[in-house]
Design a protein around this ligand. Structure first.
Ligand code: ADP
Ligand code: MG
Length: 251
């Protein structure tokens, strides 16, 4: 489902991804852990081309994102409409919830399905209502985001990402901006998705959660995957001393 090959990305003089490769099968839950600044967000952003990698390949469900080199020697998208299409197959959830403030919860969910995917309105609303029920937000469908707690907004953001029926969900520290008492309700939604077989890549500092839900854990250090394996291997018996120290400091 996900095949990342030798991704490199630099910002100015700083090489942030130094040749990252990994694969994930349908239903895999891949957790990405590592210190702040190690390149976790950049890796997720390169997967959906919010950042264009300098080199390497991104394949989602067997389809490779087409890149080319322009006359200035920069790597750019070769086929922007292809990327628009692929982005609807990658649901992205950020630390900051990013709901559209001038739209109700329901309108947030149906906007892209109707305007971009050209789904019939009735169909989009039916799916949106089912997704809101799934994340426990059906009763708030006519509320505006400002009237919701952070945990509720993030649950809506997850439902919105699911509304395009993505094949892969990408989560970038989805609970880091939440008050501690609201973290659990969001983790529960993500856990339910994992149990439903949703393929996902999750950046998180919630180590106990990552240990429970992940089929694969990757420890990123200075732009390289320094350790990768099952949750058990990475958390209990890492080969890398740096990974061991990082993990021990988190628990
Ligand atoms: P993480 O998510 O692991 O904290 P990031 O991927 O956000 O790490 O960042 C990795 C490094 O790349 C950091 O040093 C950060 O300052 C730098 N960086 C990230 N995005 C940009 C950008 N758009 N421009 C310049 N530097 C960036
Ligand atoms: Mg980050």
């Amino acid at each position: 489902m996900i095949d990342i090959r030798n991704l490199r990305k630099r910002f100015g003089a700083q090489e942030v991804l130094k040749g990252v490769s990994f694969t994930a099968q349908t239903g895999d839950v891949v957790s990405l852990i590592g210190a702040s600044g190690s390149g976790k967000s950049t890796l997720l952003r390169c997967m959906n081309m919010l950042e264009v990698p300098d080199s390497g390949q991104v394949l989602i469900a067997g389809e490779e994102v087409a890149l080319k080199t322009n006359r200035h020697g920069q790597t750019v998208l070769a086929d922007p409409p292809q990327v628009d299409r692929m982005r609807t197959r990658l649901g992205m959830v950020f630390q900051s919830f990013n709901l559209w403030p001038h739209m109700t919860v329901l309108e947030n969910l149906i906007e892209v399905p109707i305007r971009v995917l050209r789904q019939p309105r009735g169909e989009a609303i039916a799916l949106a209502e089912a997704l809101l029920a799934k994340v426990g937000m059906a009763e708030k469908r006519h509320s505006y985001p400002a009237f919701l707690s952070g945990g509720q907004q993030q649950r809506v953001a997850i439902a919105r990402a699911l509304a395009t029926r993505p094949s892969v969900m990408l989560f970038d520290e989805p609970t880091s901006a939440l008050d501690p008492e609201l973290v659990g309700e969001v983790l529960k939604v993500i856990r339910d998705l994992a149990q439903d077989g949703c393929t996902m890549v999750l950046v998180t500092h919630e180590m106990a959660f990552a240990r429970d839900v992940s089929s694969k854990v990757m420890f990123l250090h200075q732009g390289c995957i320094e350790e990768a394996g099952t949750a058990r291997q990475v958390f209990e018996n890492p080969g890398s001393e740096r990974c061991r120290q990082f993990v021990n400091a988190q628990f």
